[in-house]
Design a binder for this molecule. Structure first.
Ligand SMILES: NC(=O)c1ccc[n+]([C@@H]2O[C@H](COP(=O)([O-])OP(=O)(O)OC[C@H]3O[C@@H](n4cnc5c(N)ncnc54)[C@H](OP(=O)(O)O)[C@@H]3O)[C@@H](O)[C@H]2O)c1
Length: 330
């Protein structure tokens, strides 16, 4: 039986997730929450959904059994907490929570609601091409270092340049380049190489104190991962993982496109497959499987939750290093 899906946040990413969820055949959109009835109805109409709520309590009491949350990062905590208290499964967009204090409170709450599953929607690490990267890394004799780049001019940067403070570039919403874009390569690095021993963040601040771009370094026992990201420029640099003589090159670390392995002789081997049209379909399928088969997938779920928690801690450590404080930290 399909999951009864509710959604929070009515921007384009939610539409993409609902389409992926429907495509998977595992979910049916049943209820929409928006702060404004008009916006909610506008979102719901193409999906033939009538249940639109502006009150969170009524939304959570509407009979949904899973919620997808794509509101600004700072709002996730309260919305997730309320969902868990209603025993509703949660798929929350990256970055899930503002800091480790919020995460700890959520984990404690989950202990009291053992049947609820919590997923952070890090779509890229679920994609088939990411598995290809993992398999290749496992076969490489030596990892000597890596450089991951994800730097894209944001449509919201126009707004910033016009003198405004868009949510996504505001500390008030636990946002900035690190939590909005840096989180993709950081997730990838931690999934591939584990938790770093030491971290540094050299952030380029915007006039409001949020980070507009930056370079993070994740130090491991015998190699470093350099991660460059930003929202005010377009980088066309690929990402790469250095072996000794061999190299794994990834055209786009967030979309996980164009994975090429250069062997010891420098010969190129194209490893990537054509990605699915909707990059959120694989995660939608995977999360549904973990909700439906909690016993069989218990270890995989714990691994995913623990990865999400490690990413949260690393993001926090990086912010501490750069002196970036969110209101949610107090
Ligand atoms: N996985 C991906 O590829 C991907 C891509 C983009 C974004 N994201 C993530 O999705 C989340 C939303 O990002 P976004 O750029 O769409 O954010 P956004 O435009 O600032 O807000 C998203 C939605 O949240 C609601 N909202 C806006 N301001 C709010 C506020 N002050 N308080 C409560 N709700 C508010 C709005 O819906 P209503 O007006 O209907 O209430 C809005 O449509 C973030 O966590 C982001 O990192 C993920």
């Amino acid at each position: 039986m399909a999951y009864k899906l509710g959604i929070i946040g009515t921007n384009w990413i939610t539409k993409q997730f609902v389409q992926a969820a429907h495509e998977s055949g595992q979910y049916v959109l049943k209820a929409v929450y928006s702060r404004h009835e008009d916006t909610g109805k506008q979102f719901a109409q193409p999906f033939n959904v009538d249940d639109v709520y502006t009150d969170l309590e009524s939304f959570y009491n509407s009979g949904i059994n899973v919620v997808y949350i794509a509101s600004p990062n700072s709002v996730h905590f309260e919305q997730v907490k309320a969902a868990i208290n209603h025993d509703i499964h949660v798929i929350v967009e990256k970055t899930a929570f503002s800091n480790p204090m919020e995460y700890a409170a959520i984990l404690e709450l989950l202990n009291d609601h053992p049947n609820v599953r919590l997923f952070e929607a890090a779509r890229h690490i679920q994609q088939a091409n990411f598995k290809v990267i993992e398999q290749q890394v496992a076969q490489m004799e030596k990892i000597a270092g890596a450089t991951f780049v994800y730097e894209k001019y944001s449509s919201r940067f126009d707004d910033y340049l016009a003198g405004n403070e868009p949510n996504v570039l505001s500390r008030r919403f636990s946002a900035g380049a690190l939590t909005d874009l840096g989180v993709y390569p950081i997730y990838a690095a931690i999934k591939l190489f584990g938790a770093p021993k030491q971290t540094h963040y050299f952030a380029t601040p915007l006039r409001n104190g949020a980070d507009g771009r930056g370079i993070a370094i994740l130090r491991h026992d015998d190699f470093d991962v350099t991660i460059e990201f930003g929202k005010g420029s377009n980088s066309h640099l690929p990402s790469e993982i250095l072996g000794r003589r061999d190299t794994l090159v990834i055209g786009d670390i967030a979309e996980v496109l164009d994975v090429t392995y250069y062997d010891d002789e420098g010969a190129a081997h194209q490893l990537s497959q054509e990605p699915l049209a909707n990059p959120m379909t694989t995660e939608a399928v995977k999360f549904a499987d973990m909700m439906t088969n909690p016993v069989d997938t218990a270890d995989a779920y714990q691994e995913l939750l623990s990865l999400s928690q490690t990413v949260n801690q690393v993001l926090f450590d990086l912010r501490q290093d750069a002196g970036i404080v969110f209101p949610a930290d107090k």
